[in-house]
Write a protein that binds this ligand. Structure first.
Ligand SMILES: Nc1ncnc2c1ncn2[C@@H]1O[C@H](COP(=O)(O)OP(=O)(O)OP(=O)(O)O)[C@@H](O)[C@H]1O
Ligand SMILES: [Mg+2]
Length: 281
């Protein structure tokens, strides 16, 4: 059908039906539209395939309300099951038992928009701050469940959150893109892995060279909240200046009594459950 997104290493292809592609028979779908994430040709090498496998594994482990549902080929479903049986926590490329040949996986297409579109697309009807806070509270409900599984997302950014309908769940807020997710049961991130992610949304502890935690996801929700609180015309300008979002966001949250969310010290931030309550107050 058509490519809906082209990233650095992956592209997302919209398939009209699960059987559109003869070589990738996709199962378990409840919708006829699948957003298939696949490695771009030049990225289609061993470490990239393994990284995609880890992404699919953690996305699958986090499945449930508010996480974009996966649509898996039989081959990938079996490989994920085998990896889980072996403990599933290794993210060390050399220790990943099976070399997985899979270079794409499907996700249910969510009919709606990304948070990115709501914040930056002038064509869309503006959403009021209370509505946006309600959505971010729902996002925190999702993060609370994901964190309880000892998984952190590390890339809670506007293009990775979808608002819309999908499957038979009544969820409206969907967490997507587990490409940087991490199991807290696996070892520490290496130095070069620490700084992966959307530069404007990097968290202070990671910039100090410390390991990320569930509190890092909370800090990123705080940045999203600050963006929502800004005048729409300021958002683009602030995001385009390096470091501006991190330095300006706290003043928006402080005036609403929510300053702790952006505390430099991760332990001072509320957890996802507390933050959901604060946002619903
Ligand atoms: N299931 C889906 N339903 C609707 N749109 C989607 C879906 N999955 C992805 N998209 C669209 O494609 C974009 C990119 O998807 P995703 O975030 O997974 O890839 P990415 O950021 O390029 O990944 P990476 O950086 O790890 O290569 C999203 O921002 C969204 O606009
Ligand atoms: Mg993304």
């Amino acid at each position: 059908m058509s490519i809906i997104h082209q990233g650095n290493r992956t592209e997302i292809e919209l398939l009209r039906s699960l059987h559109e592609k003869e070589d990738a028979q996709l199962l378990n779908a409840r919708s006829s539209l699948v957003a298939s994430k696949r490695l771009r040709e030049f990225a289609n090498v061993k470490p990239e395939r393994r990284a995609l496998f880890v992404e699919a594994f953690l996305h699958h482990a986090a499945r449930g309300r508010g996480v974009v549902p996966l649509v898996l080929s039989e081959e990938l479903e079996i490989a994920l099951g085998e990896h889980k049986e072996r403990g599933g926590c290794s993210q060390n490329m050399n220790e990943l038992g099976t070399y997985c040949e899979v270079s794409e996986f499907g996700r249910l297409y969510i009919q709606g928009e990304t948070l990115d579109a709501y914040l930056f697309n002038k064509q869309l009807r503006a959403v009021s701050l209370p509505v946006m806070m309600g959505w971010l509270a729902e996002l925190c409900d999702v993060l609370k469940r994901v964190h309880s599984l000892k998984i952190i997302h590390r890339d809670v950014t506007p293009s990775n959150i979808l608002f819309g309908t999908g499957g038979d769940s009544d969820s409206r807020v969907w967490l997507n893109d587990f490409s940087l997710a991490r199991s807290l049961k696996s070892g520490a991130l290496k130095e070069e892995e620490l700084l992966q992610g959307t530069p404007r949304f990097l968290v202070p502890e990671v910039l100090r060279g410390e390991q990320p935690s569930s509190a890092s996801d909370i800090y990123q929700v705080g940045l999203l909240l600050a963006l929502a609180m800004m005048n729409p015309s300021q958002r683009g300008e602030i995001l385009s200046a390096p470091g501006a979002l991190r330095s300006l966001a706290p003043q928006y949250l402080k005036s609403s009594g929510l300053g702790e969310i952006l505390a430099e010290e991760p332990l001072c931030r509320p957890d996802a459950g507390e933050l959901a309550r604060l946002l619903r107050r």
